[in-house]
Design a protein around this ligand. Structure first.
Ligand code: DX5
Ligand code: ZN
Length: 222
């Protein structure tokens, strides 16, 4: 079954509780993009917002850390009750150790691969993580165009997950919308982040349902 994870990066930051409630019951996870103006040029939200969101929704929080020094900061998000905490391969000195720390702190552990990073060197780490996030844009900003050439990474990860019989979610993030989600699903993704496609829509819940239907159909077909 696909996971649909609306990204609140495209939501109204002055009304985050309402924006999350708008997809409660239709979406699976709420995707929270943390950017630190170091790992990426953009600056978004941090731990206090996650702590506050935890109190207003029972939806699983999928925290995507686009930050330097995740060893120092990531465990705090697990302790705050995030369902999944994903850090970037490019920013981590010891991804396996950090994944263990996150699991011990009570969350699932995710590893993200940015646009310019090959996935090959990280395939052997798959048994140590719960989520492998493939960026289908360059991390840093919402609203960018989907890069279909990233799908080869998705295929490579999916193949390894299948061959080794692993329980790893293969998540795609960036430019996922009604016109791109099927190809991502057909390539082997089973978790889909969507910011603009959900929150710029007139009816976010309806947009989530439409994305889910497209992903489901493409996953069954392949
Ligand atoms: C960007 C973030 C994405 C962003 C996606 O670096 O990681 O999660 O919200 O936004 P859309 O879906 O608009 O590309
Ligand atoms: Zn993200």
């Amino acid at each position: 079954m696909p996971i649909i994870a609306p990204s609140i990066l495209a939501a109204d930051f002055a009304h985050l509780a309402d924006e999350v409630r708008a997809v409660e019951g239709t979406a699976d996870w709420v995707h929270v993009d943390v950017m630190d103006n170091h790992f990426v040029p953009n600056l978004t939200i941090g731990l206090p917002v996650v702590q506050s969101l935890r109190k207003v929704t029972s939806m699983p929080l999928d925290v995507h850390l686009m930050i330097t020094d995740p060893e120092r900061w990531a465990p705090g998000y697990a302790e705050a009750g995030a369902y999944n905490v994903t850090f970037h391969a490019e920013a981590s000195e010891n991804p396996v150790k950090l994944a263990k720390t996150l699991r011990a702190a009570g969350s699932k552990a995710g590893l993200a691969i940015d646009r310019d990073t090959p996935v090959e060197p990280y395939l052997e780490l798959l048994p140590h993580v719960d989520t492998l996030l493939i960026m289908t844009i360059k991390a840093g900003f919402g609203g960018q165009a989907f890069l279909p050439e990233m799908l080869q990474k998705v295929r490579d990860v999916r193949r390894r997950v299948r061959v080794k019989n692993l329980e790893v979610r293969v998540e795609v993030d960036g430019g996922i919308a009604a016109d791109t989600i099927e190809q991502a699903a057909a390539a082997g993704a089973d978790a889909f982040v969507a910011g603009t496609a959900v929150y710029a829509a007139e009816d976010p819940a309806k947009a989530v349902r439409a994305l889910r239907a497209l992903a489901e159909a493409a996953m069954v077909r392949k």
